[in-house]
Design a binder for this molecule. Structure first.
Ligand code: PHB
Length: 363
């Protein structure tokens, strides 16, 4: 069976015009109140021909922050900024989900209210350094959350889900990946708890399940998605048995009838892949979104083989606002500027040319 990447797909009750999804990408260009502004509106609007945009990860509370300049989705000012983004994307006929984020141990006291120590399932310091306003600083040993503190974190997700609705998003993706708080609970390299949030797979999934329950109080489940990273080592993460453990987690998601499950396959940094993602894909009854270094050829092959229903593309959308058109007509792609990925101004953000501009310059 062949599934054209340019063919429409129905995601819950939303009809996407194609299967190419703009992957969530941190760009660190929100304002000093972590609110989106006009530059961010232009960036997302330019990319609205993606079947679906997933926003950059956006913290659910001031305590959830882990980097400078990342947007939040908890204050009225942030909602007002995001409202302009969603209006602009919708005006172009696009669809946009916001990714809900809580960084946990991948943060630093300099970034947190009252210089508090970052929290985590267990007091295990990640390797490496946090990005602060004063430059890179070594991660600190996080404080293990008390069992009775977890309900408040879940409440922060519920609040953010409500704010996302006010901001006009089409849905939310719960970020349970890449070594941030929920992933720190899922994987056993970072979760050594002995209460009901650690130990068994059921316990390690409890936080994700409670967050999903809270978000689904606000949104219909078909407007809620989850992102997972079974074997990404980014942010000092590891798991003793990614295939078996994530087969369990993904199977458990089935009854929820979510919009989709989004899986970053393999390692984000090295791109190495050590488990069979077809097994994970086959654990899931609904739409499966694949991600990690896909290009046009790999995306089309994966869709044709039934290895996925949607493909999330990061860098290609970052550097080609009109990626759908370029793939459709086999047009050359813009060169990527890695130096302007994180932070800065319009350069490397909203000034990547559209194909017609490239053509106009060359005639
Ligand atoms: C990053 O800022 O490097 C980053 C943020 C969110 C992710 C992955 C990486 O999910």
């Amino acid at each position: 069976m062949s599934t054209d990447m340019f063919s429409p797909v129905t995601l819950g009750d939303i009809k996407l015009s194609n299967r190419m999804v703009m992957a969530p990408m941190t760009r660190n260009r929100a304002d000093e109140h972590h609110a989106p502004h006009d530059l961010n509106v232009t960036y997302y609007q330019q990319r609205a021909t993606a079947g679906l945009i997933i926003t950059e990860a956006s913290q659910v509370s001031p305590e959830g922050v882990g980097y400078p300049g990342t947007p939040g989705i908890y204050s009225d000012e942030q909602v007002a900024g995001w409202q302009k983004v969603t209006n602009a994307v919708h005006a172009e006929g696009g669809h946009i989900f916001i990714q809900l984020w809580y960084c946990g141990r991948i943060s630093h006291p300099d970034l947190l209210p009252d210089k508090q120590i970052p929290v985590a399932p267990s007091a295990i310091k990640p390797e490496g350094e946090a990005v602060t306003l004063e430059g890179m600083k070594a991660f600190v040993t996080p404080r293990a959350l008390e069992t009775n503190e977890i309900a408040d974190i879940v409440a922060q997700y519920r609040h953010a889900a409500k704010m996302a609705k006010k901001a006009g998003f089409d849905g939310v993706e719960v970020h349970a990946a890449n070594g941030y708080l929920i992933d720190q609970f899922l994987r056993d390299g970072s979760n050594k708890r002995t209460d009901e949030y650690g130990g068994s797979l059921e316990n390690r999934m409890r936080l994700l399940n409670e967050v999903l329950d809270a978000v689904i109080e606000v949104w219909p489940s078909h407007r809620v998605a989850v992102r997972l990273t079974p074997e990404n080592s980014f942010n000092s993460m590891s798991d003793s048995n990614p295939l078996e453990n994530f087969s369990y987690f993904i199977t458990q998601l089935n009854p929820r009838k979510l919009a989709y499950v989004h899986v970053l396959e393999g390692d984000m940094m090295t791109k190495s892949v050590n488990i069979d993602y077809r097994v994970l894909r086959d654990c899931y009854d609904g739409l499966y979104m694949a991600n990690n270094g896909y290009d046009k050829a790999r995306a089309q092959t994966a869709l044709n083989n039934g290895n996925c229903d949607l493909v999330a593309l990061g860098v290609p959308f970052l550097s080609n606002p009109d990626l759908v058109k370029r793939y459709q007509h086999d047009l050359p792609l813009n060169e990527v500027d890695f130096a302007t990925f994180y932070g800065g101004d319009e350069h490397g953000y909203v000034d990547y040319p559209f194909a017609e501009e490239v053509n106009a310059e060359s005639v």
